[in-house]
Design a binder for this molecule. Structure first.
Ligand code: B1M
Length: 207
């Protein structure tokens, strides 16, 4: 098995120490940082994403795999130019105003990072104006809104309205959110889970 295949396996099993060691080994073997990310770290996270979607693994396994992926990223990221990191696009993500739930949003962030996106995570309780300011600052292609409360879903609509003049696609998700609601407020995409969020991001980038 090649070093990168071994690395992907170590990401899947969530072995952060091994991923870090293999990332260092891959660099000494002459692998390019972007190749290590794509063919080692992202390849592993992709497998985890598919298994998560198929209910073969659950939230803790995804979090552990993402931690392992980050251990490898920490080794190779300093060697990448900014442009290489941003290759796939930038996603700005946050939980909407009044809502403090962030476990699902963090999973979505990690899966997007694992798929090669640069993700700016604004955190929780983010007002529409703050999303707009961050869009101006970071110029993302996609804005991701998360909400876990039926009472805060309305903030998705408010945020959509605040962002209507910006050239961004908006993806929404969270337990109470549905495709029907996304259609009602004019969101560009809805994702029911973190793996689907990556698929939808790919579609939005291609559209
Ligand atoms: Co809260 N809470 N909570 N809570 N909490 C729920 C959501 C609730 C359903 C529990 C219940 O009553 N059965 C209920 C909401 C009811 C409703 O509105 N219909 C509820 C309530 C009422 C509240 C409080 C109001 C309780 C109170 O204080 N009286 C309060 C509100 C605080 C606030 O936000 N202002 C509150 C507080 C909290 C805690 C702080 C204690 C804690 C949050 C900790 C944290 O996030 N750091 C908490 C938790 C943990 C939950 C439950 C138990 C679990 C949520 C979770 O993390 N799920 C939840 C009940 C439940 O769901 N069983 C509940 C796991 C996570 C991986 O799933 O977030 O759905 P989820 O994310 C998924 C998808 O939805 C999707 O992908 C993720 C991964 O697959 N997804 C996206 C999410 N965001 C996405 C964005 C995308 C795409 C996909 O694109 C951008």
């Amino acid at each position: 098995m090649s070093t990168l295949q071994e690395m992907a396996e170590a990401v899947i099993s969530g072995n952060a120490k091994k991923v870090k060691e293999l990332a260092e080994k891959a660099l000494t073997e002459g692998f390019a940082p972007q190749g290590i990310i794509n063919d080692g770290l992202i390849a592993g996270m992709n497998v985890v994403g598919v298994r998560f979607k198929n209910n073969e693994v659950y939230v803790p396994e995804v979090l552990i795999a993402a931690r392992a992926m980050h251990a490898g990223m920490d080794v190779v990221k300093p060697l990448l130019t900014d442009s290489a990191i941003q290759d796939k696009g930038t996603v700005l993500i946050g939980t909407v105003k009044g809502d403090l739930h962030d476990i699902g949003k963090n999973l979505v962030r990690m899966m997007l990072e694992g798929a090669g996106y640069k993700v700016i995570d604004l955190g929780v309780d983010i007002a529409p104006d703050k999303f707009a300011q961050a869009v101006e600052e970071h110029q993302p292609q996609i804005v991701g809104l998360s909400a876990l409360l039926t009472t805060t879903m309305v903030q998705m609509k408010n945020t959509m309205e605040r962002l209507k003049d910006y050239p961004v696609k908006v993806m929404i998700g969270g337990a109470p959110v549905t495709q029907k609601f996304a259609d009602e407020i004019g969101a560009d995409a809805y994702a029911s889970d973190a793996a689907t969020a990556v698929e939808k991001a790919e579609q939005l980038m291609a559209s």
